[in-house]
Design a protein around this ligand. Sequence first.
Ligand code: NAD
Length: 312
Amino acid sequence: MRCLVTGAAGFIGSHLTRRLGVEGHEVSAVDCFRPTYDLATKRENLAWAADGGQVTSFETDLSRDGLEDLLHGVDVVFHLAGRPGVRDSWGDALAPYLQDNVLATERVLAAADGAAVAKVVLASSSSVYGEARRYPCRESDLPRPHSPYGVTKLAAEHLAGAHARNGGPALVVLRFFSVYGPRQRPDMGLARLFDAAATGAPFPLYGDGSQLRDLTAVDDVVEALCRAAEVALPAGTVLNVAGGRPVSLAELIERVGEMSGRPITVEQHPPQRGDVTRTEGAIDCIRDRLGWAPATSLSDGLAAMAAWHADR
Ligand code: NAD
C-alpha cells in the first residue's frame, strides 16, 4: 500500500509512520514542523519513524504548498496534521487553528479528490463532543464542542463528509480520546507529569484533579488507524477510539508519583476555559466495525511512557 501520513513528525503521526514503514508499506511522511513545541523533538520523532522502513519525508505546509505531486499514486491518506490543544484557541489565537485544522484539511481533501486516492482516514477528536449531556459519548450524539479547537475539528469532519458525499475517496473519521504513550506532546498532561516527576518541579494542576480522561494508548490508536485503512466501511463512517476506562487526573498524579518514587508537588490553578470535566467514549461501534478494542492496560501504557521519559 502507498500511504501518505500528514503530521508525521508529531506524536501520533510518528508512531503510525513507523508501524507502516516496518510493515513494508511505502510511506510519504509529511510535516511542516510548526513550532508548537521543540523542533528538535519533532525531528527526532521523524527520524525514529523513518528508521528501517521505506519512508520518504517531505517538508510541506499543507495549508499553502502545492499538493498534487504528493498525492500522486497514493492509495491511502492518513490526515493527522493539525494544531492540537484546547486552551489556547480563543480570540485571535484561533487563526492558526483555522489554518492548520480547517484550511489544510480542505486542501488535502481537494487534492485527494483529484488524485486516484482510495481512502482518507481523518484524525478527529473527542473534543467535538464538549461537555456531553450523557456518557459515554456515542458517535450519533449531537456534537457540541466546548472550545474553538473543538469547533475546528468538527469543521474538518464536516468538510471531509462533504467531499465524501460529492464523489471523493472513501472516508473514515476517527475521534481520538486523550492519546498517551512515548513521544506524547510535551504540552499534554501525562508528559508534563513525567517531566515534573523527573525534575521535581511543581506540576501545574488546572482544576481540582477530579476531571476524568478516557486515556487511549498510542499503539492502540495506531492499530485503529491501520484497521480503518484496510476494512471496507460505509462512506463517512465516524468511530470513537477510546481506552474504555476513564481515569481522574488526581489518580494519574498519584500513580506517576508512585512509579517515579517521589510524590508530585502540585501547584493549584483555576480550571481553564475550554477544558471539559469528563471524556468518555463508547467503543461498541469500533468494536463492531473494525473488531478493535483497546489492548494496552493503563499500567503497561504508563510503564512504556515512564521508560521513554527515563531514557531521554
Ligand atoms: P502533534 O502536534 O504532535 O502532531 C501534529 C503535527 O502536524 C505537528 O508535527 C505539526 O508540525 C504538523 N502540522 C500542523 N499543521 C501542519 C500543516 N499545515 N502542514 C503540515 N504539517 C502540519 O499532535 P498529535 O497529538 O500527534 O495529534 C495528531 C492529530 O490527532 C491532530 O489532528 C490532533 O488534533 C488529533 N488528536 C490528538 C489527540 C491526542 O490526544 N494527542 C486527541 C484527539 C485528536
